[in-house]
Write a protein that binds this ligand. Structure first.
Ligand SMILES: [Zn+2]
Length: 271
């Protein structure tokens, strides 16, 4: 599944190709359930900027409007010099003025991604519901403390996957955050101390920025970035899918299932 660092990587890879003037836009028949709202036809609009909010990509359009794209389980935006002809290519945008990378295609084999083309007014309404992004400076220890205080009986690691509380945190990141914070994933949110919240905040910063630098992290999910390349971030993981904890370098990593998701931790380093 593309997680926050992968989405950031796609954003960074697409940005050099802007502005992208949409001379043609094609939506496949299969796209209907993925397109949640479409206030206007994309043809004639220009993508001027791409930013990320949690796991959402936000395309700013000129003269007006926004595209919101969530990549779901297996989505990606890919540039190419000619039509991609991928059977999972659901949205194709074409800029005729570009000799290179004039095709921008949304590819999504499992079709869990969703897409909005919103007027300025509808976008600003939607943006309010997205919450602060875990990688933004606004996402500080107070926000973490408040969400733990409001929900004190949650198990820590599954709670880190709550997209309202921690927008952008995905499954491997949640295990890695607990590990780097030195806290067992099975702890209750109400028992986490202020000092540990400080460690969680530091761990979020490391996990988010470390993975972004190395193009995100790839497992069996088939994630590819905007160049069609697989990510390289796996060597930075300390417990997720590791045999031996990469912090103490001696303790075998324990794997359990929490909230239905694979969870990895070190019984020596995490308390
Ligand atoms: Zn360890």
């Amino acid at each position: 599944m593309p997680e926050l660092p992968e989405v950031e990587t796609i954003k960074n890879q697409l940005s050099p190709f802007l502005p992208f003037k949409i001379d043609e836009s094609h939506f496949s028949k299969l796209t209907s359930r993925m397109v949640k709202k479409k206030d206007f036809d994309l043809t004639g609009k220009t993508i001027t900027k791409i930013r990320r909010h949690g796991k959402w990509l936000i395309f700013e359009l000129a003269p007006t409007g926004f595209i919101l794209s969530h990549l779901g389980m297996s989505g990606r935006w890919q540039t190419s010099h000619e039509a991609l002809h991928d059977k999972h290519g659901h949205i194709e945008l074409i800029d005729h003025s570009k000799k290179k990378n004039g095709f921008l295609t949304y590819v999504d084999p499992r079709r869990f991604g969703h897409f909005y083309a919103l007027s300025d007014e509808h976008f600003h309404e939607k943006e309010k519901t997205l919450g602060p992004d875990v990688s933004s400076p606004d996402f500080d220890e107070n926000i973490i403390a408040e969400s733990f205080f409001k929900s004190p009986h949650k198990t820590l690691k599954p709670f880190l996957l709550d997209q309202k509380a921690f927008p952008g945190v995905g499954n491997y990141m949640a295990s890695e955050i607990c590990a780097r914070a030195g806290i067992l994933p099975t702890r209750l949110t109400g028992d986490v101390t202020a000092e540990e919240i400080h460690k969680i905040k530091s761990a979020i910063d490391i996990v988010v920025s470390g993975a972004v630098k190395t193009s995100g992290t790839t497992f069996s999910g088939g994630y590819r970035d905007a160049n069609g390349e697989k990510g390289l971030g796996v060597q930075h993981l300390v417990v997720f899918h590791q045999q031996i904890c990469q912090m103490c370098k001696k303790t075998p990593v324990t794997k359990i299932t929490l909230g239905g998701r694979g969870t990895f931790f070190c019984s020596h380093c995490q308390k």
